[in-house]
Ligand binder design. Sequence first.
Ligand code: SF4
Length: 272
Amino acid sequence: MKKLIDRGSSGSEGWHSIVDYIDCPRKGRFSEDHVREEEEHYHYRGHLLHVGLAHLYARRMKDGRSKYLEPLDAVQAYAEKHPSPHRDRWLEPVLRCLPHYEAYWGDERKYEVLGVEKVLRMFVKDGMRRLPFTARYDLMVKNRRTHRVEIWDHKGTYAVLPKVVESYALSGQLLGLERIGRAKYGKRWGGVKLNFVRLPEDPNKEPEFGRPPLKVSPLAVRNFTTTVKYAHSLRDRFHDLPTEEVPGSYNDMCWGKYGKCIFRWHCHRGGD
Ligand code: SF4
């Protein structure tokens, strides 16, 4: 039977888990405890898109066609396995988009697929301790011309524009991939690319695609391990406290005009 690649989280050592402690210690605790969060519709869209692209590329690896479901079947299987109120909104647009994606980029023989949906790990030295840090990548390829290794991060987006590319320059998740990629591959490292897919809901509109390189901030790459250490120190500090005693940030990103925290209801009513 062919396999469904079902993306898990990158675990409690991943960027999303530790960075939440910097945003808000209680959010960090909720993330770490895997408290069931309210899923935004664009997260669900992202999951479906990632599943489709994961299978498209996994089937290009050795024996991939016999091991993994076809992309459209995989998206359907994922939607059945993970029921969501957003399914009716995004299942059809994602299924419509994937053949366009394949037609747009072709068979991409220039790239050898090295891995799909894998977790990379590094350790950050902090005095006598070695702090683990993990980062999940969507796709790792080798450019057959340059012989360099690249990581592609699939991004569902509202537009493929320079300002959207710029907005990822300080993304911790991508900085983590860049740091690990540099350390692991040295001169053979080709960088992170943003694999943009603009997915219209309207069936009369065409999807758009783009694959620009990530323009990482040099300072942020250098400073990255300092941030990892700081996040770990916050997690350690609140480790023994019950969730309701862990401080909350209570700012405009909780439930305000600048954003809505996915854990706001847990904070509002207490308990998990
Ligand atoms: S709602 Fe605010 S205080 Fe509560 S977890 Fe989210 S960011 Fe923290």
